[in-house]
Write a protein that binds this ligand. Structure first.
Ligand code: SAM
Length: 233
């Protein structure tokens, strides 16, 4: 399958593995863009609420219908409730609705952030939301030599692309500052035989919360996010 599908599948595999399978009730997908991940969350056992957050209102307005239940969803009613909320907002904002999220997903988001929001992101995810698991994927710059005719970056809106070492430095620094978490690294979408030393097309960091520190809770603020669509299944 194409790289973007392999990315979705890699994230689903983490969210449904033995450690978490069925235990993640509330999930947020930051930088949800065209809402391509929604269909995967809809099928996931145990999920009762999913938030889809992106800073780009136009994209959300264009694709929000993707989260609407289909006729077949009404025919095969779920045994547990499920609500999808599409919201305009930033991964850096302490919106009240993020409270209680068990899992945070950021698929190819961080490389779109300027230094300031990139610095704020860990405070929001690991200092405020404090999910059981957070999954962050980003391009692997080591792999770029395999693309011919590439501009500076793979996409015009990328602010940077990290090598594996750079990404691991960033993520290891986060777990140093937020000691509840441990992090593991994974490649997504392997290149052709003989290119193993470059790693995979995308790289994924999985942050597991290994224990709960008794730290003072950061309180969220009501109404920072702008609701775009809400659908109940
Ligand atoms: N996650 C998507 C997927 O898997 O289909 C792809 C993400 S797309 C490459 C990057 C998205 O990040 C864009 O839709 C952009 O609007 C969004 N974005 C950029 N800055 C953001 C921010 N501060 N908070 C939330 N989303 C942001």
């Amino acid at each position: 399958p194409p790289a973007f599908i392999q990315r979705y599948e890699a994230v689903v595999n983490v969210l449904t593995d033995k450690r978490y399978g069925g235990k993640l009730k509330k999930i947020v997908d930051f930088g949800c863009s065209e809402l391509g991940f929604a269909i995967y969350l809809k099928r996931m056992i145990g999920v009762e609420e999913a938030l889809f957050v992106d800073i780009d209102k136009n994209t959300l307005d264009t694709y929000k219908e993707k989260t609407r239940p289909l006729h077949t969803d009404y025919l095969h009613k779920r045994s547990t409730p499920l609500v999808f909320r599409v919201m305009e907002g930033s991964v850096t904002q302490h919106d009240k609705s993020l409270e209680g999220c068990d899992a945070v997903v950021c698929i190819e988001l961080v490389e779109h952030l300027y230094p300031e929001p990139l610095t704020e992101l860990p405070f929001n995810i690991f200092g405020y939301i404090r999910p059981k698991v957070a999954i962050i994927t980003t391009p692997n710059a080591d792999f770029n030599v395999l693309f011919s005719n590439m501009a500076k970056f793979r996409h015009w809106d990328h602010k940077f692309e990290w090598t594996r070492i750079q990404f691991q430095d960033w993520a290891n620094n986060i777990v140093t500052r937020f000691p509840e978490y441990e992090v593991t690294f994974h490649g997504i979408c392997d290149g052709p035989p003989g290119t193993e030393s470059l790693g995979a097309c995308s790289q994924m960091a999985v942050f597991h919360k290994s224990y709960d520190l008794s730290v003072e809770k950061v309180t969220g603020t009501e109404g920072l996010y702008n609701p775009v669509a809400t659908h109940e299944y």
